[in-house]
Design a protein around this ligand. Structure first.
Ligand SMILES: Nc1ncnc2c1ncn2[C@@H]1O[C@H](COP(=O)(O)OP(=O)(O)OP(=O)(O)O)[C@@H](O)[C@H]1O
Length: 434
């Protein structure tokens, strides 16, 4: 593109790489032609994983390329679509997406998705357990499993000692709830401030440093702070410790590994780890699932006057068999989605579950997108086998996305109905042989 004498392409390229909005553009065939730095950050990809674009396409298809595909098919923009998902690094991300068709000389040539990361804002706004501004206490937390009971017992102890606490656990395991409960159970006077490290900057930490006067500060996911900001936070924490401020922090993985991979400053870890509390992922304490759902449904009856009080046996079995990578937060969001369709039902049946959950749990394809990433230490497959597996995965996903409709899936894949049917038959034959 030019304006007068100047070629604008380098400027546009620079702007696309530095803008604070994730950009993903595809051509008419759905092939990625632009995927900027911010989109990589949002979706949690590392550079090595992006070297081979065709691999990336398999992922994008799995995640939310469906909006791009939808726009390609309808030619209509989809605006302000909110999406909460767990990215490649297991971090919970909420984005607001605008997806537009792109035309040239009246002809559709592709689609572009613009993603705004609103994770932090969403965290502040979405607090389902809070009733009329009431504080969250240990009583609001579901803890039937031995491991959660231990967490609560240690957290109660921490509250009495007021020593800095480090909470360790995957996204959605309940670290923030524990931090807030510790605050209210402790003798900490003043309010609870939360520093959401995802998206924090130097100015914010500075501002916090100046405004803090006692109270508790919960630094959520210090492992997401860039190294220079970790140094700044440590200095601030050391200074404030002499005052009356109580410090709690959280990390998303084993801190020893985070230190080894240089994602966590050793000194910052030492500062917070006077007491450490590890929250198990939900897949290791499935006995907490049903009590959580009972609490959830009783809140639903109370707030919305519904009659719903249980899950059908089939739904219960699906919930107990699923791994919940987003932990209780994922379960809670699924319950929000499911119960939004409830009218007079007393029990939640499979047909009330959203399609994305059904395709993940019911028509489980043998492979997950991760299987297509080439990683150090993982044996390489012969190319033919790899391509066959990738094709099988891609075609079955296309069928899922189009609700099992061969004609629609074939159109989206740019092939004839007969060709797709032939390939699906081949997959079935292969599956039967293995
Ligand atoms: N044990 C629990 N009892 C009741 N609700 C829970 C429990 N654990 C999680 N939740 C629900 O899941 C949501 C997410 O929990 P929380 O924000 O504490 O997770 P987190 O571990 O801090 O996640 P992140 O690392 O992404 O910040 C909470 O808003 C709460 O509604």
């Amino acid at each position: 593109m030019t304006t007068g004498e100047i070629d604008l392409s380098p400027f546009l390229k620079f702007a696309a790489e530095h803008v604070a909005v994730g950009i993903h553009a595809v051509d008419l065939k759905g092939k990625t032609i632009l995927y900027n730095q911010k989109m990589k950050e949002i979706e949690g990809f590392d550079f090595e994983e992006l070297v081979d674009r065709s691999l990336l396409e398999v992922f994008r298809f799995e995640q939310h390329e469906s909006t791009l595909l939808q726009v390609l098919q309808t030619g209509e923009a989809v605006l302000n679509a909110k999406q909460t998902y767990w990215n490649r690094k297991g971090q919970q991300i909420t984005t607001l997406n605008d997806t537009y068709p792109v035309a040239q000389s009246g002809q559709l040539i592709g689609a572009v998705e613009l993603s705004r990361d609103v994770t932090t804002l969403e965290k502040v706004v979405y607090q389902p357990l809070k009733k009329y501004e009431e504080p969250i206490t240990f009583n609001s937390i579901t803890a039937i499993s031995d491991s959660m009971k231990k967490v609560i017992a240690t957290a109660e102890k921490a509250a009495t000692t007021k020593l800095p606490v480090l909470l360790i656990g995957e996204s959605g395991t309940g670290k923030e709830l524990i931090a807030e409960s510790i605050h209210w159970a402790s003798s900490s006077s003043g309010q609870l401030n939360t520093l959401y490290c995802h998206g924090a900057n130097e100015k914010l930490i500075d501002q916090l440093n100046q405004e803090l006067s006692g109270g508790t500060i919960y630094c959520e996911r210090i492992d997401l702070l860039p190294p220079a900001l970790q140094v700044q936070l440590l200095k601030m924490a050391q200074k404030q410790m002499n005052g009356d401020t109580y410090f709690i922090a959280s990390v998303g993985e084993d801190p020893v590994e985070l230190i080894a991979s240089k994602k966590l400053l050793k000194e910052l870890y030492y500062f917070f780890s006077a007491m450490t509390i590890q929250l198990e992922p939900l897949r290791n304490r499935k006995e907490d699932i049903m009590p959580f759902i009972e609490d959830y449904l009783s809140r639903h009856r109370m707030y919305f006057g519904s009659r719903v009080s249980r899950l059908d046996e089939e739904v219960k079995n699906l919930f107990m068999a699923y791994d919940w990578p987003g932990n209780l937060k994922e379960l809670e969001l699924l319950m929000d989605e499911t119960t939004s369709l409830i009218t007079t039902q007393e029990s939640i049946s499979v047909d009330l579950l959203p399609q994305h959950f059904k395709s993940k749990t019911m028509n489980k394809t043998a492979l997950t997108p991760e299987d297509f990433i080439i990683r150090a230490g993982k044996d390489l497959l012969p190319l033919d086998d790899y391509l066959l597996e990738a094709e099988m995965y891609y075609l079955l996903k296309a069928m899922d996305l189009h609700g099992g409709n061969v004609t629609k899936a074939a159109a989206a894949l740019g092939m004839s109905r007969q060709n797709l049917q032939y390939r699906l038959r081949k997959i079935k034959k292969n599956e039967a042989q293995t």
